[in-house]
Design a protein around this ligand. Structure first.
Ligand code: BYC
Length: 328
């Protein structure tokens, strides 16, 4: 049965916490000490982490769909093997993250149910279609590139299990970014038609990649508290700017044009200034009205139903082992 709330405890309002306890907790965070599962934590901290880690885990799992779509059509055996490995890595990331969320007292089943019920969020970026092979290059380069920018600071997140899960994830995402860029480079050094495909992919993925960092700071509801708790180390706009600064020169090296007439380098600040993001489009995607929201959820539900026998077999095996151990 699909659940409707973040988790059962989220149905209850947050209790007022003891101020002294809260102060000790904040002091620990300020001293850069990690919070571990058995440590006391304010209920709101726990809920914030469940929300963010669960959304992150769901993004990894749904993120397998647009790329998985190209495994059978990859242009060579080498490309197929690399893409297959990347998609498997994303499944692994989802599992580490669900495991990290479980240390906060929510079950993986509960979180998966929320995703399938459509009550949980996952990254907006995965609601855009992958129309050509160049999109696989653009995803590796831009989407994994944006993910790294966001996730490297999360390795210093105050919650130990999340921070530690991010270490391996970041290593793998770096490799994904490089393979994506290498696909783009190959296309850009290929025929005019191939280069046009690469440009078209950049045109379609640039703005959605910028949206991955979330609403602008003035509209972000969670950033201030998440920064005070050192869950987030940078604001959404700071990370977005870092991403633009790192990525524009990479696009120039490819000989591609960023689809933004307002993009210009500010000599005084040393940053690339960019145009206004279409926040209405972002909100529509979050509301479930992006180009592929319905298709993604339908595919996830279908995969879940078709995988029921695997879960049943694993549960039966675990039961049998338990019975054997009890009898021994
Ligand atoms: N899409 O107050 P805000 C990956 C929601 S990479 C959908 O700024 P917060 C991958 C936000 O959840 C992608 N929803 O929130 C890469 C909140 O809604 P609720 C996953 C978004 O949490 C390659 C509301 O808008 N990475 O997985 O402080 C291949 C207000 O936002 C988005 C992560 O999740 C969005 N783009 O900041 C395969 C990284 N942006 O909860 C896979 C960890 C915002 O109030 N997460 N919202 O209903 C984070 O760093 C932060 O959660 C965010 C948002 C920066 C995303």
């Amino acid at each position: 049965m699909y659940t409707q709330a973040l988790n059962t405890r989220d149905l209850q309002p947050v209790q007022k916490e003891d101020p002294e306890r809260l102060a000790r907790f904040q002091a620990k965070i300020d001293a850069e000490q990690k919070i571990e599962p058995n440590d006391w934590m304010p209920e709101a901290y726990r809920r914030t982490l469940i929300r963010q880690i669960a959304q992150h885990a769901h993004s990894e799992i749904v993120g397998m769909l647009p790329e998985g779509n190209w495994i059978t059509r990859a242009p060579s055996l080498r490309r197929k093997a690399t893409l297959l490995a990347k998609v498997q890595d994303e499944a692994g990331h989802g599992l580490y993250l669900y495991a990290a969320a479980e240390t906060l007292g929510v079950s993986r089943e509960e979180l998966v149910d929320q995703l399938l019920a459509g009550t949980a969020k996952y990254s907006s970026i995965f609601n855009y279609p992958t129309l050509t092979w160049a999109d696989i290059g653009a995803i590796g380069w831009l989407v994994d590139g944006a993910a790294i920018m966001n996730q490297v600071p999360l390795q210093r997140c105050s919650y130990g299990p999340y921070a530690r899960a991010m270490v391996r994830i970041c290593k793998e995402e770096s490799f994904h970014q490089r393979q994506g860029y290498e696909i783009m480079l190959t296309l850009c050094r290929g025929t005019l038609e191939q280069k046009a495909m690469a440009q078209d992919a950049l045109d379609r993925f640039w703005w959605p990649a910028l949206m991955m960092f979330g609403p602008s700071d003035k509209d972000s509801v969670h950033t201030a508290q998440a920064m005070a708790w050192k869950i987030k180390r940078f604001t959404n706009d700071e990370l977005r700017q870092k991403f633009v600064d790192a990525t524009v020169p990479q696009a120039h090296y490819l000989g591609l044009t960023i689809p933004d007439p307002d993009l210009r380098f500010n000599e005084a600040t040393g940053h690339w200034e960019f145009g206004e993001i279409d926040w209405q489009e972002f909100q529509e995607v979050l509301r479930g009205n992006g180009p592929c929201n319905r298709q993604r959820m339908k595919q996830r539900r279908q995969a879940h139903t078709e995988g029921a026998w695997v879960r049943e077999a694993a549960a039966a095996y675990a039961e049998k082992r338990k019975a054997r151990a009890a009898a021994a």
